[in-house]
Design a protein around this ligand. Structure first.
Ligand SMILES: Cc1cc2nc3c(=O)[nH]c(=O)nc-3n(C[C@H](O)[C@H](O)[C@H](O)COP(=O)(O)OP(=O)(O)OC[C@H]3O[C@@H](n4cnc5c(N)ncnc54)[C@H](O)[C@@H]3O)c2cc1C
Length: 317
């Protein structure tokens, strides 16, 4: 059976949802999954990873080490385990670590993958290419299949168990020190993490009208507001909210596109969402081609009605 090493992240003493998904993905193809994690409190978090599918967890004593040193330590674990695959969820930290690990184990990295299979002993990943027009199935020609996985795409492992915890010394040979990571003000959910994303486009006419989407997102309670590039370029919304080819890739359970035409570059960032709802006054808007539910009409009438309906349903419990 193929051994798999998964890079795990944690914040405030708890494993992140993204890493739980990466462990879940690993368990769909292997029963021998080693989690590797670092930073303050890594050992305590390591002890909880059995419940998410890890069979062992290597806790590196590496609080503050730079990413190059951390990647070297993670690559060492990959080699020591004789792993056939190295996986991480496609967070900003993992996007920094994973290419370095891939290089250190003489492999290439497949980024932002949406599928993982093991057929006849061959591990393969799938990922969208050409702004989502093509889904490529890829096998590594290197010794280790290295991949980052798209968030909200893989299910957590159900079953649980106990993981063997291994405390390991980390490299002290690093060139930079990570002093800390500051949470962004306001505690808002990020579009790439939220289970529900309500995105607005030029059809909202002006920046102030995004208040309508903020209200709908607040009614859901677990939603983030996203934006098309047109409105980001216009300065209506920050770039951190942009969804698409030159923005963030999102894959929430529910994506609501309001006044967004559905240009290919926008679709590239959201077409793998679970359920897609489009609200647009133009019945021929391309967004309707990929929408599961389409509402043809004026966003200024539909969105407040939808917000009221969500609030009512929430009130009913
Ligand atoms: C290299 C490159 C990279 C790009 N990257 C991205 C990217 O990452 N993300 C991205 O989004 N775009 C990206 N774009 C831009 C993309 O091509 C589109 O221009 C952009 O997505 C259009 O934004 P929009 O849908 O908000 O605006 P529009 O295309 O102007 O669409 C507005 C929509 O609102 C509807 N509407 C108007 N009034 C109402 C109303 N009252 N109620 C309901 N609907 C209404 C209209 O019918 C229309 O469909 C990129 C382009 C290039 C060339």
């Amino acid at each position: 059976m193929s051994k798999i090493v998964v890079f795990v992240e944690h914040t405030a003493g708890a494993v992140t949802r993204a890493s739980i998904e990466a462990l879940g993905a690993a368990r769909t193809v292997s029963e021998d999954v080693t989690a590797v994690l670092a930073g303050e409190g890594a050992q305590a978090v390591a002890a909880t990873l059995g419940s998410h599918g890890a069979t062992r967890a290597v806790a590196l004593d590496a609080a503050g080490a730079s990413r190059d040193a951390l990647a070297a330590d993670v690559a060492k674990v990959v080699r020591e385990q004789g792993a056939a695959a190295f996986l991480a969820c496609a967070t900003s930290t993992a996007r920094d670590i994973a290419p370095r690990v891939a290089a250190l184990v003489d492999s290439v990295l497949f980024s932002d993958c949406t599928g993982l299979t093991a057929e006849g002993g061959a591990l393969r990943v799938t990922r969208p290419w050409l702004a989502g027009k093509v889904i490529a199935t890829l096998e590594s020609s290197g010794p280790v299949l290295c991949a980052t996985l798209r968030r909200n795409t893989f299910a957590p492992f159900e079953g649980g168990g106990a993981a063997e915890v291994i405390a390991a010394d980390a490299s002290t040979d690093f060139k930079a020190v990570l002093k800390g990571i500051a949470a962004k003000a306001g505690g808002k959910l990020d579009v790439s993490e939220a289970p529900v994303v309500v995105s607005g486009g030029r059809g909202l006419k002006e920046a102030e009208h995004f208040a309508m989407l903020e209200e709908l997102a607040a009614a859901f309670g677990n939603a983030a507001v996203g934006a098309s590039r047109a409105v980001v370029d216009a300065g209506w919304r920050p770039h951190g909210e942009q969804v698409g080819q030159t923005g963030k890739t999102v894959s929430p359970q529910l994506y609501i596109a309001v006044g967004i035409s559905g240009a290919i570059q926008h679709l590239a960032g959201m077409k793998t969402s679970g359920t897609i709802v489009a609200i647009n006054k133009d019945a021929d808007a391309p967004i309707f081609k990929i929408a599961d539910y389409g509402l043809v009409g004026d966003a200024f009438e539909i969105v407040p009605a939808l917000t009221a309906a969500v609030r009512e349903l929430k009130a009913q419990g």
